[in-house]
Design a protein around this ligand. Structure first.
Ligand code: BDR
Ligand code: CA
Length: 312
């Protein structure tokens, strides 16, 4: 049997984060070595609580380490997207872990140590603000050389943003952290709105899936109606974009998306603050990859099959 890819999931659960975590747990090529949390869809404390709850409920035997509760510039945040994810970040189900507790080390220390332990192998799937990664990069130059790749759900290069006309939420929430990551030298793949908005999970798809995948299905039926409702209210579509699970899908099978190689940067000032800019490199030598297309039916089929296989 081929060796599994060691993965850390850096997350702000979050309804789609929760959906991505149960998908990641069902991916046979990937092995979850840890979960690190960051403020974003809710406060750090709430996101950490939710991560612990999900790991306990789905027997994900990986440590959970809490990270940043403010931006890399030290700005605290207290207005969270409650209309999208609920006041508790998980559709107001008020999840409470019974026994799981967070690790003592902060997320950045855990990231640095894990990159050393799995040198040139560790893949970090980052689906929230990049603050934990930015802290790790600042604290350790070895982290940069040890980490194999960051697969990031974030940014919008050729499509409009979802917070401003220019910026996507995970980048807009801490642009300086994104800037530190993009400039760090760590190989990076951006799975942004350019592709995540092309894969839509419709109500019928979710209902069918929920009826076939045991307790994961029960979770879906608990948390997705709230998410569907927020999309319906904002877009008129009875379905939601597959954001964080698209980054997991890339880690499991990069061929599911089309990619271009180049260099990413982020706008830090003015009305375009948080905008991600991609300069294509015709020689194919750039350190960054941008997902530009996706086989959406295949991604939806994979998500469905993996959940039924694992939890059904
Ligand atoms: C991203 O923002 C968050 O609300 C989601 O969890 C996802 O990571 C989409 O822009
Ligand atoms: Ca997220």
């Amino acid at each position: 049997m081929t060796k599994k890819i060691p993965v850390i999931f850096d997350t702000d659960p979050g309804i789609d984060d929760a959906m991505a975590l149960i998908f990641l747990n069902a991916c046979q090529r990937l092995e979850i070595k840890g979960v690190t949390t960051v403020f974003g869809n809710a406060s750090l404390a709430q996101c950490t609580n939710n991560a612990l709850y999900l790991c306990e409920r789905f027997s994900i035997d990986a440590p959970v380490h809490a990270g940043a509760d403010k931006t890399i510039m030290g700005v605290p945040k207290d207005d969270f997207p409650t209309l999208v994810h609920g006041a508790d970040g998980l559709a107001n189900i008020n999840a409470a872990p019974e026994s799981r507790q967070q690790g003592i080390e902060p997320a950045s220390a855990f990231l640095i140590e894990s990159a050393e332990e799995y040198a040139n192998e560790l893949v970090i799937i980052a689906v929230g603000r990049m603050t934990n990664l930015a802290v790790a990069i600042r604290e350790s130059s070895e982290f940069v050389s040890n980490a194999k790749e960051v697969i990031l759900m974030g940014g919008a290069v050729s499509v409009p943003g979802n917070v401003t006309q220019w910026a996507e939420a995970n980048v807009f929430g801490d642009p300086e952290a994104a800037d530190i990551l993009f400039a760090s030298g760590i190989p990076l793949t951006l799975v942004g709105l350019d592709v995540t908005m092309k894969t839509i999970m419709k109500e019928q798809y979710i209902q069918d899936l929920a009826s076939r995948c045991g307790d994961a299905g029960h979770l879906l039926s608990q948390i997705t109606p709230y998410y569907l409702n927020s999309y319906l209210g904002r877009t008129g579509v009875n379905g939601f974009a597959c954001h964080d699970s698209s980054a997991v899908a890339h880690a499991e099978n990069p061929e599911i998306q089309e990619m271009e190689t180049g260099t990413l940067s982020v706008v830090l000032k003015g009305e375009q603050r948080g905008r991600t800019v991609f300069m294509k490199d015709e020689n194919g030598e750039g350190l960054h990859s941008l997902c530009t297309g996706v086989d959406a039916p295949k991604l939806l089929k994979t998500y469905h099959e993996y959940l039924v296989r694992t939890y059904g």
